[in-house]
Design a protein around this ligand. Structure first.
Ligand SMILES: [Zn+2]
Length: 468
């Protein structure tokens, strides 16, 4: 699958401080090195729950945890059928995890550099020195030269290829099980995956260290965004608001607005399909920064359209208009007449937003002028800034959820929806009942909900973007 190109990925690593840096120099004075990750490269920190998942998957597959204590880990979501994330440790991609919706499980795709962090205790193949020379040049692992196929190896497994002294020289997929490989003298045992060699230098650090290392870059991003907010406000004599969703991007936007122009009210489009943590976050942020909340009520609109059209789908997201745009238009009309709204839109989010202007009017919300102060920030800028400011971000991020919108958003990948189902069985059951009832009444197949088929509407291409 081709990745959209949304601009250079500015990820560098300081091997002195063991932290990611958003430019060529670290605050320690040292030079950083470039880390090549798959575009678009909207990297985020791995939180403890992400690390637990990764370690659990590595232990299950290879008998050993991947991530040592006190190492900083970044995750990079890359294009795949459902969800796949590269794992960056020590300034290198040490592997990836990928969700297989058909099998309802995660799969681990390690890189050879992972063995600088862990020692595989199972699912490895040992080759002799003669074969190792060819394998290093990219050949597959053939039966002659194989010393041992570890007993857990099954056909199709991801395996490490090791020399007799335990050095990893490749990773790939087993073409036969340990059982089948026994006594065999010819044929392919492992098909190697080609990965460019990388520099990986593990070492411990904290996110506070990462913030320190990036101070200069954060100050520059902050300065640029504050100047932008002041500029827009000078040109447009309108009351200013911040569109607040409970997500990290709108929180940074609020922090910047507070620094640029002082307290401004929050506009919150409450869809009635919010996570409890999101509602808590909105109250907490309002209290902490002494800013009032103006709430648009989208819930009634949602269920009214639902009763006529069924659930929203990836390619039929009528919900943004019904739950957000229409109620927000009404809210602005009542409270302000017209307003300027600062919105946490970023170009790294999607190809569409890359092309979007930094100041615009959504035709569906004619009384709102929208402006995007963090248009040029990537997710790592956002996270480091939130850590620097010790801002109260939504606790859902720490639970491994990276999308904070409506809990049943059809645009979420299945891996995400499975996490929601496990964490919020009651919310999920409510949605399942509503969708199944609609499916039953309109002659949809028996497993319309369970199969996820409700998420795609046949014969539709309409898609409303949610940033109003
Ligand atoms: Zn440094």
């Amino acid at each position: 699958m081709k990745s959209p190109y949304l601009g250079a990925v500015p990820l560098h690593w300081c091997d002195e401080c063991h932290v990611p840096v958003l430019g060529k120099r670290c605050s320690c004075g040292g030079k950083t090195r470039f880390v090549g990750v798959t575009p678009p490269g909207d990297l985020r920190p791995a939180f403890p729950s992400d690390i637990r998942l990764i370690n659990h998957l590595f232990e299950e597959s290879f008998g050993s945890l991947l991530i040592p204590n006190d190492h900083l880990v970044l995750l990079n979501k890359v294009p795949d059928d459902d969800r796949m994330e590269e794992i960056i440790v020590g300034g290198a991609i040490v592997g990836a995890i990928r969700y297989l919706p058909g099998e309802s499980r995660w799969e681990v795709l390690p890189r050879p550099e992972a063995t600088l962090l862990m020692t595989p205790k199972m699912r490895y193949v040992i080759v002799d020195d003669g074969a190792a020379a060819f394998i290093k040049d990219g050949s597959s692992v053939l039966a002659p030269g194989v010393v041992l196929v570890e007993s857990h190896v099954e056909k199709g497994d991801e395996v490490f290829v090791l020399t007799e002294d335990g050095t990893c020289i490749g990773v790939g997929r087993a073409k036969m099980s340990a059982e089948e490989a026994r006594g065999i003298t010819r044929g392919q045992i492992v098909r190697l995956r080609k990965n460019a060699p990388q520099v990986c230098r593990p070492g411990s650090a904290t996110w506070d260290d990462a913030v320190d290392a990036n101070r200069e870059y954060l100050l520059k991003m902050e300065g640029d965004s504050i100047a932008f907010i002041r500029d827009v406000r000078e040109q447009e004599d309108l009351p200013v608001t911040v569109s607040y969703s409970g997500g990290k991007d709108s929180l940074v936007t609020l922090l910047l607005a507070l620094k640029a122009i002082g307290p401004v009210p929050l506009l919150f489009a409450d869809t009635g399909l919010e996570f409890p943590e999101t509602l808590e976050n909105i109250s907490e942020v309002s209290d902490r920064y002494c800013v009032p909340i103006f709430r648009g009520d989208g819930e009634a609109g949602f269920w009214e359209v639902f009763s006529r059209h069924g659930p929203p789908a990836v390619n039929f997201r009528w919900c943004c208009k019904a739950c957000k745009l229409t109620p927000v238009t009404r809210l602005i009309e009542e409270e302000f007449g017209e307003c300027l709204s600062l919105i946490g839109q970023r170009k790294y989010e999607s190809a569409r937003r890359m092309k979007s202007r930094r100041v615009w009017r959504n035709p569906n919300v004619p009384n709102q002028l929208s402006a995007a102060p963090i248009q040029h920030w990537n997710a790592l800028h956002v996270w480091l800034y939130l850590f620097q400011e010790k801002a109260p971000y939504n606790t859902l991020y720490e639970a491994g959820l990276d999308r904070i919108g409506c809990y049943m958003c059809p645009s979420s990948d299945i891996a995400h929806l499975r996490m929601i189902e496990a964490r919020y069985p009651k919310l999920w059951e409510r949605w399942q009942t509503a969708v199944s009832d609609y499916g039953g009444a309109t002659g949809r197949p028996e497993n319309w909900f369970e199969s996820g088929a409700w998420r795609i509407k046949k014969g539709e291409s309409d898609d409303e973007d949610s940033h109003y």
